[in-house]
Design a protein around this ligand. Structure first.
Ligand SMILES: *Cc1c(COP(=O)(O)O)cnc(C)c1O
Length: 298
């Protein structure tokens, strides 16, 4: 993939609220690792791209999927053939994300939303393998134990004295990975970006095989802002302000919502005085290209 990884920066934020609450707030800038292969994806993909069957992988995603983009790039780097199964019929105009996938040499295979819902069935897998030959299949979003084991390495970049580690959650694989390597006194706070994601805890238990203390996990369900890839004017304003104030760009699907939640929790005294928070910037900035021009000031 990208070996060795470039230096990963930890940014410490400063403002009056943080001074008043005596909270140290850091952001682990995984977004700066690379422009295309964003943030957490490079970690999650690591083990999926070891010992690939027939040097071919097939994976799944929507038209704006950071996971598809990252997979296409990582496969190109490693000389692996990649096929992306995309939710929805072939569009007239390809999204920026899908254009990027094609540039990286990924073959795209469009299927209807109904078929997509059935993508994990044996029948569909057999069909794919007949079409593209034997291969390794990476679950949508890199969900799975291999993904969590890869994401666990993110903890190596987080200072030992951190008390709370915050991350946005889609499949929950990253949150599970962080928990796998969190120390007893550290709490992982996950911010699901999907509405009504009731199986979050179940997923994390499955991915970690329950290897954490219940008090090490906290899930904040109230920051999806209407659901996956939905946005509010408040969120966009917050993202612009955050970038103006701290030179910290975020994406509107994941990291913007997480940072919004973290700031609100700090404001409402959720965190004890002297907490040392590290927010994992999981990348995803390429997703902002789907917004109308001038929505964001960065
Ligand atoms: C994919 C993605 C996530 C979600 O990670 P999960 O491991 O699926 O929970 C979070 N942030 C960004 C920017 C992403 O692209």
């Amino acid at each position: 993939m990208l070996t060795p990884l470039p230096t990963i920066r930890t940014q410490t934020l400063d403002n009056k609220l943080l001074q008043d609450t005596r909270i140290r707030l850091q952001v682990l800038r995984l977004d700066e690792i690379h422009q295309v292969i964003s943030g957490n994806k490079i970690f999650k993909l690591y083990h999926y791209l070891e010992n690939v069957v027939n040097n071919t992988v097939i994976t799944f995603g929507g038209a704006y999927s950071n996971h598809l983009v990252a997979t296409s790039f990582a496969c190109k780097q490693q000389g692996i053939n990649a096929i992306g199964v995309v939710r929805g019929e072939t569009p007239a105009i390809l999204s920026h994300s899908l254009q990027q996938c094609i540039q990286c040499g990924m073959k795209l295979h469009f299927i209807s939303r109904e078929q997509y819902a059935d993508k994990e069935s044996d029948a569909f897998t057999t069909m794919l393998k007949t079409l593209y030959g034997d291969c390794s299949i990476i679950p949508e979003g890199g969900y799975g134990m291999k993904g969590a084991a890869g994401a666990a390495a993110i903890m190596n970049y987080i200072d030992e004295d951190v008390t709370h580690i915050c991350c946005a959650a889609g499949t929950a694989t990253t949150a599970a990975g962080l928990l796998l390597n969190a120390k007893p006194g550290q709490q992982v706070i996950a911010f699901p970006v999907l509405k009504g994601m009731t199986d979050m805890e179940h997923r994390i238990h499955f991915l970690t095989e329950g290897k954490f203390n219940p008090e090490q996990l906290h899930i904040e369900y109230d920051y999806h802002m209407g659901g996956y890839a939905k946005k509010t004017t408040g969120l966009i304003q917050f993202m612009n302000d955050l970038n103006d104030e701290h030179d910290l760009p975020t994406d509107f699907v994941y990291t913007g919502k997480m940072m919004f939640g973290v700031m609100e929790l700090i404001n409402s005294n959720f965190f004890p005085v002297n907490s040392k928070i590290c927010c994992v910037h999981t990348g995803g900035l390429q997703g902002n290209l789907s917004l109308p021009k001038n929505t964001l000031t960065f």
